[in-house]
Design a protein around this ligand. Structure first.
Ligand code: 5GP
Ligand code: MG
Length: 184
């Protein structure tokens, strides 16, 4: 693939392929929610900062639905010794979730612990429905079962960057999805 990328990164998904996939997902999501939402009832899309900001921005712009948007910011800390993950909420929701149709939008599902934590948090608020959309599904290391309703790409190839995904705060802005080459 010949789209722009820094050395040290191997391109996996081109910006054009992402655009095409998002258009498909948008049609599917809009069709599904047209059946669920009452007339003029907006869907509530909740993006998980920081990584989901690009996927959310692209997705909502192809969704032909009444829509409201909120964000949470989560940080997951891996504890190697006791092999568990602690999730800390750095920014809470600003909107009411109770009685709403909610679509969580995330960059990537890996172990699945971050999304599982957020699902529990949101379920306790009793939304009318709760679904998940992820740009990338990395299935191989999943540790909890997650029902991902909408998946952009399934990729099991090491550590990914671009399209919102960072490595030490770099590469989030890159338009495609890349993996970090071994040794770089
Ligand atoms: P979890 O392992 O709980 O499913 O994912 C937690 C977070 O780890 C994700 O939201 C994402 O920020 C980060 N993460 C997991 N896999 C990758 C990856 O391949 N690349 C990047 N940049 N972040 C990842
Ligand atoms: Mg994330």
């Amino acid at each position: 693939m010949d789209f722009f990328h820094p050395s040290g990164l191997e391109p996996l998904v081109s910006p054009e392929a992402i655009t095409a996939r998002i258009a498909e997902l948008g049609r599917q999501i809009a069709a599904d929610y047209q059946k669920l939402l009452a007339p003029d009832e907006p869907l509530l899309a909740i993006g998980i900062l920081n990584g989901a900001f690009i996927f959310l921005a692209d997705l909502v712009r192809v969704l032909d639905l009444p829509l409201e948007i909120d964000f949470v910011r989560l940080s997951s800390y891996q504890d190697q010794n006791i092999s568990s993950t602690h999730v800390v909420m750095l920014k809470n929701l600003e909107m009411e979730v109770r009685g709403r149709h909610v679509l969580v939008v995330e960059d990537i599902a890996d172990l699945g612990l971050t999304l599982a934590w957020l699902l529990d948090f949101l379920k306790a608020k009793e939304p009318k429905s709760l679904k998940l959309a992820v740009a990338v599904d990395k299935t191989e290391r999943r540790r909890v079962s997650l029902n991902l309703d909408y998946v952009g790409f399934s990729i099991n190839e090491g550590f990914l960057v671009g399209y919102g995904l960072d490595h030490a705060h770099k590469y989030r802005h890159l338009p495609g999805i890349y993996k970090i080459k071994a040794g770089s």
